[in-house]
Ligand binder design. Structure first.
Ligand code: AMP
Ligand code: MG
Length: 485
């Protein structure tokens, strides 16, 4: 029988004890595999091809842990909607770090695995619908070529979880390059042992950015790197119309991966104020607020790094300010670069800003679908759409066509640039919801699997996509999402 290939090398569990709790998952009644990501398991050097579903279910429910695993709940804190709170893995456990043949290290985490010392009043469990949703959306984000945590498996527990009504319980296996968050640093910073922050800092550098180990000011370099990574990440989200929905500091990964798929959703109709989360009353995490919120979060990160930058705290503050002072300029530059790609433009012209903002304001005024507008411009919108039979839009299109010829750009080249930036399909809310309903109500995974298949190649696949480009029925656009479900 082939070996599965687990190579555990658990390092986080050796960090100071204040930063984690060692405990086992709570066994579940009758585990059953719902989804398993064989292509991801291959990518990370694991082979489950000869393992039957019963054994898979035992492993990925936490009932029978693989040899070499060592389960821990990580402590963290965070600013949630601006308010500082102590948190931690309340319903998740890292079962170990798997290292693949290329020495790439992955946290293997179970979400929904039972209570931990950080559960507060929660039950430590997760419901099937939201775990399937995380699987679909995180894999979609990965296929959209955006850094993210990924989903390896969803296993039903055979137990109910009580929410507004009784729901089927499930455990999701999440793969991440680590689960270190801004919030982990915030927790270490207020720890009763002053050495905890330095221990976490050294660990993070070794694990993620060993090349800055010997820099004169490694803490400043870390702030720099995390800032750059987060700028790139948020620009990528905005490129595909993604609204994360809960950009609390505990949901910002130091690795630069998208993490926490609770209330996220993709925008259909273009509106910069788009919010889906049922608890985001004031639009703190609205689509167009994402840049300013990440900047706010990075300021919180800078604050906890102060003692690690220099022994003179005034000097530390000055240096940290210096890193963040260019945030707006850098973000704007990166965002325009991304928007030029969406329009297939080469070079930079001073009039580009006007061309781009004109298109966006036309989209907003005419309630145009964000993704489909760019599909239309690439001639890849399968269904006819009257929105684009519009004089103002035609006028804009002429200006755009004239601009795109500059810098020796051929129409073919322009189209190629656009195809790399604009997805033809995204996980649209009404389609995801439809697929999840059939899965949870009728125990039928067909629609979920079809959706996963279509979303596998979102920039190229043009077969059978017309249904997936359909926008919500008018009046049904007011989609709501929920945290911690
Ligand atoms: P999230 O909204 O997933 O970022 O979770 C915020 C905090 O609530 C984290 O500390 C979670 O571990 C915790 N949490 C969410 N759901 C549960 C649950 N069902 N039981 C215990 N803790 C939970
Ligand atoms: Mg979270």
């Amino acid at each position: 029988m082939k070996k599965i290939g687990w190579q555990f090398d658990n390092t986080y569990s050796k960090l100071p004890k204040n930063l984690l709790s060692k405990l086992n998952p709570t066994p579940v009644k009758s585990p059953e595999v719902v989804l398993f990501n064989h292509s991801l398991s291959k990518e990370i050097g694991l082979d489950f091809s000869e393992i039957d579903n019963e054994k898979l279910a035992l492993t990925f429910s936490g009932n029978q842990l693989p040899d070499g695993s060592e389960t821990i709940a990580q402590a963290y804190a965070g600013h949630q909607f601006g308010h500082f709170t102590l948190l931690g893995d309340g319903r998740a456990l890292v079962i170990g770090e798997h290292v693949d043949k290329n020495k790439k290290r992955y946290d293997i985490q179970f979400k929904g695995s039972g209570k931990t010392p950080y559960s507060r009043n929660g039950d430590g469990r997760a419901a099937l619908g939201p775990m399937l949703r995380e699987y679909i959306v995180s894999e979609a984000i990965h296929n959209l070529k955006i850094p993210t945590t990924r989903s390896l498996a969803v296993v039903k527990t055979g137990e109910n979880v009580i929410r507004e009504k009784n729901l089927e319980g499930a455990v999701l296996t999440r793969i991440a390059s680590s689960h270190i968050r801004i919030g982990t640093f915030q927790y270490a910073c207020i720890s009763k042992d002053k050495n905890d922050l330095k221990a976490l800092f050294d660990y993070t550098i070794e694990r993620h950015y060993p090349h800055i180990r010997n820099f004169k000011f490694p803490a400043i370099e870390l702030l720099n790197i995390v800032t750059e990574k987060q700028i790139d990440l948020i620009i990528d989200w905005m490129r595909v119309g993604f609204v994360h929905g809960v950009m609390n500091t505990d949901n910002v990964a130091i690795s630069g991966e998208t993490i926490d798929y609770g209330p996220c959703a993709f925008m259909d109709t273009y509106d910069p104020r788009t919010v889906f989360s049922s608890i985001d009353y004031y639009g703190r995490y609205a689509f167009s607020n994402q840049p300013s919120i990440i900047k706010w979060n990075l300021e919180k990160f800078a604050e906890v790094l102060i003692p690690l930058i220099d022994t003179d705290s005034n000097r530390s503050i000055e240096m940290a300010k210096e890193v963040l002072k260019d945030f707006d300029t850098k973000f704007k530059k990166g965002w325009f670069k991304m928007m030029r790609k969406k329009l297939g433009l080469k070079g930079e012209e001073s009039k580009d800003e006007n061309l781009i903002t004109k298109l966006l304001s036309w989209m907003k005024q005419n309630k145009a679908d964000y993704t489909n507008t760019f599909c239309y411009l690439m001639d890849d919108l399968i269904q006819k759409n009257k929105t684009f039979e519009n004089e103002e839009f035609n006028h804009w299109k002429q200006q755009w066509k004239n601009r795109s010829k500059l810098y020796g750009n051929s129409p073919e080249n322009s189209l190629q640039i656009m195809h790399e930036a604009n997805p033809l399909v995204i996980p649209r809310n009404h389609l995801v919801e439809g697929a999840l309903n059939v899965a949870t109500e009728n125990n039928d995974l067909t629609k979920v699997k079809e959706l996963l298949k279509i979303l596998k190649d979102p920039y190229k696949n043009k077969t059978n996509i017309d249904y997936y480009q359909s926008t919500p029925i008018p009046g049904k656009e007011r989609y709501k999402t929920y945290c911690g479900t």
